[in-house]
Design a protein around this ligand. Sequence first.
Ligand code: MRU
Length: 351
Amino acid sequence: MNVFDIVPVKFKEGKLFLLDQSLLPNEERYIEIKTKEDIWNAIYKLQVRGAPAIGVAAAYGVYMSVRDIETEHVDSFKEQFGEIKEYINSARPTAVNLSWALSRMEKILLQSQDKTVNEIKALLFAEAEKIRLEDEAACLAMGEHGLSLLKPGMGILTHCNAGTIATAKYGTCLSPIYLGQQKGYDFKVFADETRPLLQGARLTAWELLKAGVDVTLICDNMASIVMKNGWIDAVVVGCDRMAANGDGANKIGTSGIAILAKEYGIPFYMYVPTSTIDLATPTGDDITIELRDGEEIYKMWYEKEMAPAGVKTYNPSFDVTAAKYITAVITEKGIVYPPYEAGLRQALESK
Ligand code: MRU
């Protein structure tokens, strides 16, 4: 099966389905989302994950959560929508695409002064579809821009999963790898396993193998040696929120790789659709970093607990890569180089 046949968010015959990414690579199963609790749980439990995919799922999820509200009173509908939106928005804090997509949905509501509740519901569905299709187009465009920075035969290191299942389709930083694959570029990709939730091992390696890409799985602490061996010509990663100054939050471990890449003189490319740029957040220090349960570190993947009982844990899900370590930011509008402040603004404002 073609890797692009596996879409993370599927709306079919009036029903919303999400690929349960927590089961991969062992099981490819879709779950149905009917209520606000269903979508909140799916986002919180990483059944749908990856910044753009979270945004797309939240847009459809909020639509599903309000679709069956039985009222003809627009004010009452709006009030209930507002509460549901806030609830869904509380599922995870770091990826800005969640609040971005929900705000876009809310804007539809605020612009619908003279509409009936049923008309508003139809407009909300249309907006969710638009968000999904725009993300698909953005990922394809990022792939084309990103491929211009890569050469056939290159060794490429990636972290976490910013592939087709982290987006509507194609992925952010894996998009140029797929495009290159179609053109016979023969990349040699190294995928960090990405502890503790193993997105690199479970998801990136799975996706790339399905697409026929040459992929080698390494532990996170092996990034330095593969760079030293001369096997890496570029690092490509995604982003969950980029601040106005170009600092980018991404999966925990990303900032260490960026620092290593600088040491070894390897370009470090961050793929950031404009939906992930947050000009309201001035710097990386202002980004809220999600803290998750310590059991993910010592219990989740093991038959027996792999730490002494009672040990303290610290499990941040993301870290911030300072703008000074990012060689270029690839958006769907084009490639932005440092200094980032003006370039990011321009990318966001350009049509
Ligand atoms: O916790 P996750 O799996 O949602 O984290 C995802 C990442 O950090 C991705 O690298 C990020 O969303 C990149 S954008 C596709």
